[in-house]
Write a protein that binds this ligand. Structure first.
Ligand SMILES: *Cc1c(COP(=O)(O)O)cnc(C)c1O
Length: 392
């Protein structure tokens, strides 16, 4: 099937909920992806931070295909060794007590919202159910997680939205305090707001949020859907600041390319969700968990994460030398580039020139595979440089 035919079938049969770049991808290896006609792209977007080890990493592919040839799915009525192993890896690495497996970031956050509300209901009864989130946050596309998302543009069309969310400005502790009432049961935030424009929260702010939450028995939920699984140069982004959240959600990069969402809870919450309070058919799917086990084994390693930090700094340093770049916001390999000119136009032009780069609000955004090499970084940046010199 040629590119034109693929695009035509897409346009005729898939709901137009995404603005697509003019690219059809059919093969990938490492940081490179290819279309059916053999055009090569260097990809620093990783399927929005999902392909942690790039396309078809041999170890990951082997782990997944071995599992696929053993048993592909069992329901949650039965025990699974691969899911149990993954759960143990996650609890050991984070100090959390228990996990719930779902299939996406939004679902992981839905679970977190349910845990926070039920913890409060069990202890304080009805009415203490509100959750404070931050302006410019992004927590997902379900009705509840859209409500949780602190951006007006997401609060349209689909009324009525789930009630119970209050929004505070990021990095503003007084602002947060003013939103907390006796009805607040949780605070949910991303340590780096990804979709919101790669906004990094201050360590001092995070520590103060933690303190307020502890004082008032409010649960601190960290949405690590994008920042998790090594993306920021620590296993989880909150680990940079030394805070201890009550709930962590993880998705995107944890599966290495297969759909997973995890909600992890601390010891005091381990029994909040009892039998029949939550569930999902595909959660803890063995093939998905086999891939995630491989990702955890690879990335939960100090040397590996050190490299993520070094490469991130290397990218920042070199991107700053490019004409038309105003500033760079970077934590590990989560990188936002403030540019002169329209980020969307630059991303489009880069794509035409064989570089897959995405945007976040008015910024260019890079989420390269965590195992990208320096040579590959240089190659990607040379394309960006060429495009920026032409466009701005
Ligand atoms: C992508 C994202 C989500 C939503 O994840 P899905 O898998 O698309 O449901 C939630 N929170 C954050 C921080 C994200 O980046």
């Amino acid at each position: 099937m040629d590119n034109a035919k693929i695009k035509q079938m897409d346009k005729e049969n898939i709901m137009h909920t995404y603005g697509r770049y003019d690219v059809c991808l059919t093969k990938g290896k490492g940081v490179y992806a290819y279309d059916e006609e053999g055009k090569e792209y260097i990809d620093v977007s990783s399927g929005i931070g999902v392909n942690s080890l790039g396309y078809c990493d041999p170890g990951w592919t082997k782990a997944v295909s071995n599992q696929l040839n053993s048993i592909q799915h069992i329901s949650n009525y039965y025990y699974s060794p691969v899911a149990s192993m993954l759960a143990e890896k996650l609890t050991k690495a984070t100090g959390m007590s228990k996990v719930f497996f779902g299939n996406s970031g939004a679902e992981a956050n839905e679970c977190a919202i349910k845990v926070a509300r039920k913890y409060s209901f069990d202890k304080y009864g009805k009415g203490r159910d509100r959750i404070v989130t931050l302006e410019n946050s992004f927590h997902g596309r379900t009705i509840a997680t859209l409500s949780a998302t602190g951006q007006e543009v997401f609060h349209n069309y689909f009324f009525p939205f789930t009630e119970g969310f209050d929004y505070a400005a990021a990095n503003d502790i007084e602002g947060l305090k003013s939103k907390i009432t006796e009805k607040t049961c949780g605070v949910m935030l991303e340590v780096v707001q990804g979709e919101g424009g790669v906004n990094i929260l201050d360590t001092d702010y995070l520590k103060q949020v933690e303190k307020i939450c502890k004082e008032k028995d409010i649960l601190l939920i960290i949405d690590e859907v994008q920042t998790g699984a090594g993306r920021t140069g620590k296993l989880y982004g909150y680990m940079h600041s030394g805070i201890s959240p009550h709930i962590i959600t993880s998705a995107k990069g944890l599966g290495g390319g297969l759909p997973i969402g995890v909600c992890m809870v601390c010891d005091s919450l381990k029994d909040v969700m009892g039998p029949s309070t939550h569930g999902t058919t595909f959660g803890s799917n063995p093939v998905v968990c086999a891939g995630a086990n491989y990702i955890m084994d690879t990335i939960n390693d100090e040397k590996f994460l050190d490299e993520v930090n070094k490469k991130g700094e290397y990218i920042k340093e070199n991107v700053l030398k490019i004409k038309g770049v105003k500033s760079v916001r970077q934590m590990g390999l989560m990188i936002g580039i403030e540019v002169e000119g329209v980020a969307g136009d630059i991303a489009k032009k880069c794509t035409e020139n064989g570089l897959l780069i995405i945007t976040a609000k008015t910024l260019l955004r890079m989420l390269p595979p965590l195992n990208i090499t320096y040579e590959e970084v240089d190659k990607a940046l040379s394309i960006l440089k060429k495009v920026m010199e032409e466009l701005v």
